[in-house]
Ligand binder design. Structure first.
Ligand SMILES: [Zn+2]
Length: 295
């Protein structure tokens, strides 16, 4: 009987602890305080190439930008979470690192360069592709999927609409190079239809932001010192486009692109996240690059 009573007391204490952790603590005025959110350990922003445009107006739709050159930055983001590594985007193909004159895209609008192969950049951090448990791309265009075939052993997260575009009848018509996915048919691909909390603790959440491509997605991260960050992918290319909701004319769905921007504005306001715009080279200049990291 006494054993039972002590067991009940232990269970009661466990229950109380669970109740308190589920509710969060109370502030002096008695209102529930937000629970301390889980974070990743750090993120490495890896230089994954440059894309040189001859005519910026294709991205900004501004007449004054016609014929203006622009160098788009292009990053991969390696996330260290206590439960494992995750890579977001895979940049320009490592093969481009052997091409001193770069590689012109099929539409002739960009020349892609790759100073250092992604494999080497990962190696500097002490990571090989096999160690990356989780892999996702914002979308399947060549400057984000260039090295996707390297991550055959990772769990790969894709919106269903993007999966259907890649493996559908005409990926090229959507600007998707099918060769970038040739190795991945046997891979573990998790098809998503909305948000996905990668580690189950809210520290890394994939957010659907369709429009640039049918299943474009963005990544929300909670960093321990910097706080929440939203990695744009290509739902927006430039800060100037973000400020006035401008969408490149070649996006898959222009109205959906604007809707995604508006949704992300609401999300940013709700979470207090900073927006890191991948291709905005001025914005990226102030963010430390790998092998340094951001906490
Ligand atoms: Zn891009």
């Amino acid at each position: 009987m006494s054993i039972l009573r002590s067991d009940l007391r232990v269970l009661g204490l466990i229950g109380l602890a669970w109740f308190l952790s589920a509710c969060g603590s109370l502030t002096p005025d008695g209102s529930p305080e937000q629970q301390r959110a889980a974070t990743v350990d750090r993120v490495y922003v890896i230089d994954c190439g440059e894309n040189h445009a001859k005519d910026l107006s294709l991205w900004t739709t501004v007449a004054a930008d016609k014929g203006k050159p622009y160098v788009f930055s292009n990053n991969c983001y390696l996330i260290r979470h206590r439960a494992g590594w995750m890579l977001w985007d895979s940049g320009n193909s490592d093969k481009i690192a052997t091409m001193p004159k770069g590689l012109v895209n099929p539409r002739g609008t960009l020349t892609a360069y790759m100073k250092k192969p992604l494999r080497d950049s990962l190696g500097e951090i002490g990571v090989t592709p096999d160690l990356i448990a989780h892999f996702a791309m914002s979308h399947s265009h060549g400057d984000h999927s260039g090295n996707a075939n390297m991550f055959i052993r990772s769990i790969i997260y894709m919106q269903s609409a993007e999966y259907d575009a890649i493996y559908g009848p005409a990926p090229e018509k959507l600007g998707i190079p099918p060769a970038n996915f040739a190795n991945l048919l046997g891979a573990r691909i998790v098809k998503l239809n909305g948000d996905h909390d990668v580690f189950g603790d809210g520290s890394v959440v994939i957010k659907p932001t369709p429009g640039h491509t049918p299943g474009h997605q963005s990544l929300f991260l909670r960093l321990p010192k910097t706080g929440p960050v939203l990695l744009s992918g290509d739902f927006v290319h430039l800060k100037s486009n973000w400020e006035v909701r401008r969408v490149p004319s070649f996006n898959y769905d222009l109205e959906q692109s604007v809707r995604s921007m508006n949704e992300m504005e609401t999300f940013i306001k709700a979470t207090g996240a900073r927006l890191w715009i991948n291709h905005d080279s001025e914005m990226g200049r102030v963010i430390p690059k790998a092998p340094a990291f951001v906490e």
